[in-house]
Structures are given as structure tokens and as C-alpha cells.
Design a binder for this molecule. Structure first.
Ligand code: ATP
Length: 354
């Protein structure tokens, strides 16, 4: 299986720079997700990998060798798009076997491989149906089977779940991850859905305006984001502006925020007095009495959502913290409360232009 390295990739559409130096790497057998809002360059990166677009600069190496200039059909990659692009007049089995037919394999070998892959993606028995005679989730599995049957070196998936309803999305998501892990195939996966990215990936590249803002594991992206943009894009987040920052040992800081002084970890290299903000994920916060809390504030909203009581607490200086409390917590709008923070989930970041 393949190690893939993308180095300083640039792509211009006329005078618009869509990729402005994208670098990332997939180790053999990893699933790497490109995550980011619409227009940040995810699909352009994937299309350069697939060979549908020629970049204007940079390098793409597979197993240590450049693949730039190699036509898409010679790269040996499997590609799955959000619109499945199935041939409407061909049966499910014919759609899946089409690439093998082009490779001029024998009829019996094609039949065996198509049968095996159909079992793998749980399409057994649907061989003779036409694409319009099966559901959206099944069509997506046909597209996946059609890519997998060719035993590609690399699997490229561009928002493959975008057209499925929530329940099916969940099901096909796990199927893709299972198949990818079982087969040990290296894969790139494009999505703008953070929970999909977190659940499926070995590594996530959070993209911002044609660049990679952060490339790291889902855990690191979530717990140790390099900037607010990444923190915001990867889950619920509270931010507090710091009044003062004093670096301690490497990566540790003493800060003052909302009238409280704390020592905690953060992005290395933030200078003394530099503008910085504190990230507090909702699960880092718990309610306590006003006398004992790290912060003290007033409940300005509360809503019972079954599994949790969602509260909004306003701190001095009009800072607002959102948290999920234990559902039977007895607090009401207007109550004064204390908030404890779990410092292992608090994280200091430099303020960076959005
Ligand atoms: P989405 O989630 O909406 O698909 P994306 O992150 O995949 O977005 P890209 O499709 O890679 O984004 O597009 C990146 C930027 O390049 C966008 O601003 C887009 O408008 C622009 N772009 C893409 N294709 C072309 C093209 N053929 N000509 C001109 N501009 C393009």
C-alpha cells in the first residue's frame, strides 16, 4: 500500500489562487481527511491527486516517486464522488465490473471479483438491478465497490455521503472506514462535516483559504488547535480573551481572563503580552457554587435537552460560556453560579486574523 506526500501544492484558476501551498502526508494504510468550509480548496487538492487537474506548482509523491504528469487512468487510484456517476443503462454488476472489463480480464475472473466485492459492501443479490432501481445508499455502495474492485493503490473520496440522509450517512460512514481499515488501503477523504472527519480519520487537514491551517490527529485538532478557526471548525467551543499572558516553561502560560489568573498549556511560542485567547470546550466546564468556582457568573439561558442541561453563563466583561451540565442540576436563569474548569481541556491560542 502507498505512502503519499503532497508538498507545497499550488493551483491557480485564471487569476484566482485556489491552492496556496498545500502540504500533507498519508502514511501507508491511513485515512486522511481534508476538512474545511466550501471553497477552501478540498476538492481541488483531491482532483490534483486524482490527476484530473495539473497543479501549477508543488509536488505529489507516491511511494517516493513523483506522479505529476502521469495521466489519471494510469495512476491506479480509485475515485468516489458525491454524485455516484453510475452508468444508468448498466446493471449493478456491470457497473462494478466495468473497469475490469476495460482491463480485458476473463469473464469468470470478472464475475468472481465482482461477486466478492458485492458481498464486502453488502450488495449481494442486487446484481441485475439498474441504478434507478436501488436506494441512494445502495448506489453509493455500488460506486464504492466499483472503485474497490480495481484494488487501487489509493482511494480518493469526495464528499461521498453528501447526498444521503442522516441515518444512511452514519451507516455508510462506518462501512467505508471498516473496508478501508480491513483492506489497509491509503485513502483521502473530503468533507465539510467535522463529526465525519473526527470519527473516520487517522489524520485531519483543516483547510483555510487554499492552505492547511493544521494537519494532525483528530484528538490533537480538537484538543490542541493552533488557532480559533480550527477550534471553531472542529466542535463546540468557548473563547475567552486574555487580559495578560506570561510564558512559563515551554508551552505553559500564566494568564488572566475574565478576572481570574490561571496557569495552563497552549500553542508553543506565544510571546509575553501577545494577544491570545483561551479555548474552553463545553466538557471542560462544570457548575459549582459561586464561592468555589474558578470563574463566577450568572446563568443567562438554560435549556433541558434530556441528556444534559445546556446553560449559558455570562461572566464579568460580558464573556459568555456555554456548557452542558448534568441533566438534574438545579439551576435557573438568573442564578449566580461558579464554574470549575478542567485544565487538561483548557488551551491557550494566539489571536490570528480570521
Ligand atoms: P466545496 O466544499 O464547495 O466543494 P472545496 O473546498 O472543495 O469547496 P474547491 O472546489 O477546491 O473548494 O474550490 C476552491 C476555490 O476554487 C473556490 O473558490 C472555487 O470557486 C474555485 N474554483 C474551483 N474550480 C474552479 C474553476 N474550474 N474555475 C475557477 N475557479 C474554480
Amino acid at each position: 500500500m502507498a505512502t503519499v506526500e503532497v508538498r507545497d501544492l499550488r493551483k491557480r484558476y485564471h487569476d484566482f489562487l485556489a491552492l496556496d501551498g498545500v502540504s500533507l502526508k498519508a502514511e501507508s494504510g491511513q485515512l486522511v481527511t481534508l476538512l474545511g468550509p466550501s471553497g477552501c480548496g478540498k476538492s481541488t487538492t483531491l482532483r490534483c491527486l486524482a490527476g484530473f487537474l495539473e497543479p501549477n506548482g508543488g509536488e505529489i509523491m507516491v511511494e517516493g516517486e513523483s506522479i505529476l504528469g502521469v495521466p489519471a487512468n494510469r495512476r491506479g487510484f480509485g475515485v468516489v464522488f458525491q454524485n455516484y456517476a453510475l452508468f444508468p443503462h448498466m446493471s449493478v454488476a456491470e457497473n462494478i465490473g466495468y473497469g475490469l472489463k476495460l482491463q480485458k480480464l476473463s469473464k469468470s475472473e470478472i464475475a468472481t471479483r465482482v461477486h466478492d466485492v458485492m458481498e464486502l459492501v453488502r450488495l449481494g443479490g442486487l446484481d441485475d438491478r439498474l441504478p434507478r432501481q436501488i436506494s441512494g445508499g445502495q448506489q453509493q455502495r455500488v460506486a464504492l465497490a466499483r472503485a474497490l474492485v480495481l484494488k487501487p493503490k489509493l482511494l480518493l473520496l469526495d464528499e461521498p455521503l453528501a447526498n444521503l440522509d442522516a441515518r444512511l450517512r452514519d451507516e455508510v460512514r462506518w462501512l467505508i472506514r471498516d473496508l478501508q481499515q480491513q483492506s489497509g488501503i491509503t485513502a483521502f477523504y473530503v468533507t465539510h462535516d467535522q463529526s465525519e472527519a473526527m470519527a473516520m480519520s487517522d489524520m485531519v487537514a483543516v483547510m483555510k483559504a487554499g492552505r492547511v491551517a493544521q494537519f494532525a490527529t483528530p484528538r490533537e485538532i480538537y484538543q490542541r488547535p493552533v488557532e480559533r478557526y480550527v477550534a471553531d471548525f472542529t466542535g463546540e467551543a468557548n473563547f475567552l480573551t486574555c487580559q495578560s499572558v506570561t510564558p512559563q516553561a515551554e508551552g505553559r502560560y500564566a494568564i488572566t481572563a475574565a478576572g481570574t489568573t490561571l496557569e495552563l498549556e497552549g500553542v508553543p511560542g506565544i510571546g509575553a503580552g501577545a494577544p491570545a485567547e483561551l479555548l474552553l470546550r463545553p466538557e471542560a466546564l462544570s457548575l459549582t457554587t459561586p464561592e468555589t468556582g474558578t470563574f463566577r457568573g450568572r446563568v443567562t439561558k438554560s435549556a433541558f435537552l434530556g441528556a444534559a442541561l445546556h446553560c449559558e453563563i455570562t461572566l464579568p466583561g460580558d464573556n459568555i460560556l456555554k456548557l452542558a451540565a448534568e441533566p438534574n442540576t438545579d439551576v435557573r436563569t438568573g442564578d449566580e453560579v461558579g464554574i470549575d474548569i478542567d485544565r487538561s481541556h483548557a488551551w491557550l491560542m494566539p489571536e490570528v486574523a480570521p
